[in-house]
Structures are given as C-alpha cells and as structure tokens.
Design a protein around this ligand. Structure first.
Ligand SMILES: NC(=O)c1ccc[n+]([C@@H]2O[C@H](COP(=O)([O-])OP(=O)(O)OC[C@H]3O[C@@H](n4cnc5c(N)ncnc54)[C@H](O)[C@@H]3O)[C@@H](O)[C@H]2O)c1
Length: 386
C-alpha cells in the first residue's frame, strides 16, 4: 500500500472519538491498521465503528508491528513524551497531541530523541491547517505582516475543570498553547516577552511582544457559555485589518484587493447531523451564532429537566440528541484536524515540506506557557530567550 502511510493510534478517548478515529479512517493518504487503548471497550468500539483490522491494550504490541510506519499519540499530556520517544526508537514517525509536554525540559528530551531517530514528528497544533487560518496567513503575508493581534479563546468552565482538574493556569497549559503556536505561525517571528494577569482561575489576559515588533493580546476565559463563538482572531496588518470568527468566516477591512467576506464549510462527523457543513459555507458566522444559540438553549433545558426530574421522556430524547446526533459544539467548525494528519502522511509519502508544528515548535509553545505562568504568579513581564 505505497500510496498510503500505515498508521497506529494510541489513545482512543475523547479527541480520538470526535476527531482522530473518523479522520484517520477517511484520510486520503492514511491506512489505519491498529487502535490501542488501555480501555478494552474503547478499542472494541473503535474497531467496530471504523472497521479497524487490529486492536490492542498494549502500545508495545502496536510499536512492534513492522508494517506500521507512523503513530498518532492521543493520550494525555503526561504520557506524550515517553510514548513518543518509544515510538521514535521503534522506527515510527510520530504525530502527537498538544501540549507536547507540560514542561520545556520534557520537550527537550523529545527533541533530542527525534534528532537521533531521523524520523519525522509533528505536534497537533492543528489550527495552522484550518482553511480560515490558511487564508488569513495568505492575506497577512500579502499586506505587510501582522502588526497588532487580538485573540479571544473561551468556553464553558466545566469542560476544563472536569477533564483536566481546575488549577490556576489549566487553560493556558492545555488550550492557550494552541494560540501561542498559531500566533507564532501567523506572525512569523518569536515571542520575546509575555505578561499575564488573571481576574480569577482560568480567566486570563495576556500581552505578547514579538521579536519583529508585532504585539498581541489574548483573552482566555473559561466562563463563557456555549452560545458565544469559541474563538475570534483580529489582525491589524500594515494598513487595514481582518477578523476570523470561529474558523467559519473571515472578514477583511480596507484590504481592497481581497474579498470582504470569506466563508468556510464546517467539519462533518460521520455519525452526526451534517447540515452545518453547508450552512457555514453559505452563511458563515451568522449560522454559527444561531446553531450555538439553539445548542445553548437545549443544554439549558436539559439542565432544568435534570434538576426538576420532570418530563423524563423529553429529557431522554434531548440527551440522546445532544450526545449522539447534533454536531459537536466544539468540533463542527473546520479547525484543520483532518488536513493536518493527512498533510503529515502526504509529506511522509512524497517528501514535500511539512507545514505542521515540529518538536521544536512544541518546545517553544511549552516555553511560552511556562513564561506566562511565571508572569501570572509573579505579576511581572517575563522575557523569553531568543
Ligand atoms: N487538538 C485538539 O483540538 C484537541 C482537542 C481535545 C484534546 N486534545 C488533546 O488530546 C489529548 C487527549 O485528550 P482526551 O480528551 O482525548 O483525553 P482522554 O482521557 O479522553 O483520552 C485519552 C485516552 O488515552 C488512553 N491511554 C492513556 N495511556 C495509554 C497508553 N499507555 N496506551 C494506550 N492508551 C492509553 C486512555 O485510556 C484514554 O482513553 C490531550 O493531550 C488533549 O490536550 C487536543
């Protein structure tokens, strides 16, 4: 099968069920041979749903298979580096979820192991490959570069509290790391200093200065409800600006050689309703806002039904709809998940230059994260090494 890279997947939890399993199964340049998880039920379910030939609870079994050329690691952060090093030493290319690791020192262990192995490694900072951000980068580059940026990234508090344990800075480590990488990618320069202030845990404001003189602010809040778009990017270029809302719409302001509005199709999940895919392509941000509002109202209704114990049939129906049929609120826009893994495989196949984040980029994101946490704790600007 030399038109496809044979992949193994380690970790079949949340992100794999919503993204990697469906994406690896439909990517043009990938053949998914084996799925591995400590949880046997997740392995069986994935094999059945996506027709995957092999399943195992032992990652060593997967790594020992000489036919597997690349491994996607979608476990939680603490096991990314040890598993990635093992995979590289077993002769596999590696695509690993973000954050690469929680500390820069750990990332350095991996960058060293990767050099030694001669294998390719990409970090899943997938926003680089979102069609909306690819277009934004093209426009930014054609108009003198990014000079002043604002990025808001927000969601409902309980997601991070429940999944990763609420601690000061949790969102910065696990979520804002995406933005650090994306801004470096869009600006094309290194972050040289950072200041971070918080009004409470997981409610932060960050100010970044880049070596090339660009500046950026990031608003990160875990206290926003589902009806607000999750993220918005605003960029001032040499003269004029652009705004990207939730990866479905890009608007330009004063850039007369560009369209005023670009819209981007949504991301489909094979088991769920896909009406949003075309709605986003046709109506962009307005469709996103309306869908978000409907989803929000349904979750509020479900909460009321749960606490009152009334109308059990309606509650069951609503729960079923939100869990299994409605497009997933955080995965219905195209943030580049599928393009990123498929691009990785394509680069392995034909040697084209890879646009994904490298281990070095993963390390840089970890350094910026650490500097942000230090700034937040000590109330001062932290300088980063060039
Ligand atoms: N790129 C994105 O948009 C995005 C979105 C969400 C999560 N993530 C990242 O994906 C990673 C996973 O998050 P999640 O929410 O899916 O976590 P999760 O806990 O739902 O899933 C992790 C899975 O890994 C399995 N696992 C752990 N160690 C293993 C091992 N040694 N061998 C086999 N399986 C093992 C666990 O049993 C679990 O099922 C995190 O790093 C997270 O930050 C990325």
């Amino acid at each position: 099968m030399n038109d496809r890279i044979v992949f193994g997947l380690i970790g079949a939890g949340g992100i794999s069920r919503s993204q990697h399993l469906p994406n690896l199964s439909r990517a043009s340049h990938i053949a998914l041979k084996t799925v591995c998880d400590l949880n046997a039920d997740l392995v069986q379910d994935a094999q059945k749903r996506y027709d995957i030939p092999h399943g195992t609870q032992q990652h060593k079994t997967l790594l020992a298979d000489p036919e597997i050329q690349a491994v996607l690691i979608a476990t939680r952060a603490e096991s990314h580096v040890p598993l990635a090093i093992e995979a590289l030493r077993a002769g596999k290319h590696v695509y690993v979820e973000k954050p690469l690791a929680e500390t820069a020192d750990e990332c350095r262990r991996l960058t060293a192991a990767q050099k030694e192995s001669g294998k390719q490694l990409a970090v899943a900072f997938n926003r680089r490959m979102a069609p909306a951000y690819q277009e934004a980068r093209r426009i930014i580059d054609g108009h003198g570069g990014a000079r002043n940026i604002h990025y808001r990234i927000s969601d409902a508090y309980y997601i991070w509290g429940k999944a990763f344990g609420a601690s000061p800075g949790t969102r910065i480590v696990h979520e804002v790391c995406h933005v650090f990488d994306l801004l470096r990618y869009l600006v094309g320069s290194e972050v040289k200093s950072i200041f971070c202030a918080a009004s409470r845990d997981d409610d932060d404001s960050l100010l970044l200065q880049f070596a090339n003189g660009a500046v950026a602010t990031i608003m990160s809040s875990g206290y926003v409800t589902y009806d607000m778009p999750k993220e918005t990017l605003e960029v001032v270029v040499d003269l004029g600006a652009l705004r990207v809302e939730d990866c479905v719409e890009l608007r330009t302001f004063g850039l007369d050689d560009c369209l005023q509005v670009y819209r981007f199709a949504g991301h489909p999940h094979p088991d769920r309703d896909i009406t949003h895919v075309e709605l986003f392509a046709k109506c962009g941000a307005e469709a996103m806002r309306q869908l978000r509002r409907v989803y929000y109202e349904k979750t509020q209704r479900l909460e009321t039904l749960r606490s009152s114990g009334e109308h059990p049939q309606e509650r069951k129906r609503l729960q079923e709809e939100l869990d299994h049929h409605a497009p997933h609120i955080n995965y219905m826009m195209d943030k580049g998940w599928l393009h990123a893994v498929d691009h990785f495989a394509q680069c392995l196949l034909d040697g084209r230059p890879c646009r994904l984040a490298t281990a070095q980029d993963g390390l840089r994101a970890a350094q910026i994260t650490q500097a942000a946490l230090t700034s937040r704790r000590e109330g001062r600007v932290v300088m980063l090494e060039p």
